[in-house]
Design a protein around this ligand. Structure first.
Ligand code: 5GP
Ligand code: MG
Length: 375
């Protein structure tokens, strides 16, 4: 058993088993690529150890290159752009074998393959040490698989938990974890304006198959559709009063019950008070489920101010452009979050995520928090 920060892991695959499996993979690759020249592309960071051990056992003519997928914001019309960094080999007309430590949802590998195809290689195959078939939703199924494993969080042998554990010779599994597809995953997502909540919740929805419930959106839809609840909510809003918790929770309940087969929900903009958090818990308990965790994207105020002012240049949103308004929105967020944060902290469900860095890096922090908390 090992401890990495707040989590305990137990041994899952021994160093000997890993080496045996790598030997078997090498044997297959040596047979399939006999007489050919192969370019191995190791997708960093996690695959460096697997790539090193496998590469030593390759007997055909070969080269290796190390790449990384990076996502950045393009112009407002192009949206997010993926880029393969470190690809300096010319791959046109070559036989490429991508080396991965783990294929989970398959999103990463799909991106890599799309980017590679643009260079017209002769062939592209995927070799991965670990594969989680239950989590896989991709278009490109791996061709060479070391171990097919259940959908549980693993570390070691190149794979990390918060950057720790990559040096371990064996592969470890989170202790006491249950397969993630057995239970619902319900997340309360918080983040100050400009923290990247929209971008990140889209990714969580895609990765975990969640339904996004934004109380703001639900209010607007109900009011627009003139539903009974909408009319009721509007009567408060028109008086300049806050919509009572009971009305809000009824709207949410309605939405949740409309998705009986959902794998889980992201609650966005709710709960905002202790009483709401309690009401949500009570309601979820009637469905035999609960909130798994509250994730808060943490971005320091200076950075938020900078991001919002920059966003104002493209969005034209007046509330993004005025420093006074920005400060007010940040203050409101801080004051609102504090009690809700304390509520979930008391249940050991609050996790603050560093919201600064590459979009993919931040997503990975969120995935790790979720995959290790889902017990
Ligand atoms: P994808 O979901 O795109 O197939 O995988 C994305 C990335 O998530 C992987 O490259 C890996 O960094 C990370 N990942 C997925 N599952 C695990 C896991 O069980 N343990 C660790 N340490 N990382 C994982
Ligand atoms: Mg990887």
């Amino acid at each position: 058993m090992i401890q990495l920060q707040d989590k305990t892991f137990e041994i899952f695959i021994s160093p000997e088993e890993i080496q045996q499996e790598i030997q078997a993979l090498a044997r297959q690759l040596n047979a399939d690529y006999a007489g050919k020249d192969v370019l191995f592309l190791s997708v960093l960071n996690g695959s460096f150890m697997f790539a090193a051990d496998l590469f030593k056992k390759i007997m055909v003519s070969c080269e290796i290159s190390f790449v990384k997928v990076s996502s950045y914001h393009g112009t407002s019309t192009s949206g997010r752009v993926d880029e393969l960094i470190g690809l300096n080999a010319d791959i046109t007309d070559r036989h490429v074998v991508i080396l991965e430590d783990i294929v989970d949802t398959g999103i990463t590998i799909d991106k890599v393959i799309t980017l590679l195809r643009a260079h017209a290689p002769a062939s592209v195959k995927i070799a991965t040490l670990l594969y989680k078939p239950e989590a896989f939703k991709g278009k490109n199924t791996p061709h060479y698989v070391g171990f097919s494993i259940p959908d549980k969080f693993v570390v070691g042998y190149g794979l990390d938990y918060n950057e720790k554990g990559r040096n371990l010779e064996a592969i470890y599994q989170l202790k006491g974890s249950v397969p993630t597809n057995n239970a619902m995953l319900n997340i309360v997502l918080f983040g100050p304006p400009g923290a990247g909540k929209g971008t990140q919740s889209e990714r969580l929805i895609q990765k975990y198959g969640l339904i996004h419930l934004s109380t703001g959106d639900i209010f607007r839809a109900n009011i627009k559709g003139e539903t009974e609840l909408g009319v009721l909510a509007k009567s408060f809003i028109d008086k300049g009063a806050l919509v009572p918790d009971e009305v809000t929770i009824n709207m949410l309940r309605d939405q949740v019950l409309h998705h009986p087969n959902a794998s889980g929900f992201i609650f966005d903009g709710f709960p905002r008070t202790n009483a709401q958090a309690q009401a949500l818990d009570e309601f979820l308990a009637t469905l035999n489920t609960s909130i798994n965790l509250m994730l808060a994207l943490d971005v320091e105020e200076n950075e938020l101010r900078g991001r919002l002012l920059k966003r104002a240049e493209v969005s034209g949103r007046p509330d993004d452009a005025d420093p006074k308004v920005i400060q007010h929105r940040i203050d409101v967020y801080r004051n609102e979050t504090a009690p809700v944060k304390a509520y979930y902290q008391a249940q050991n469900k609050f996790i603050s995520i560093d919201g600064i860095g590459e979009i993919d890096e931040i997503s990975n922090r969120l995935y790790q928090a979720i995959d290790t908390q889902k017990i």
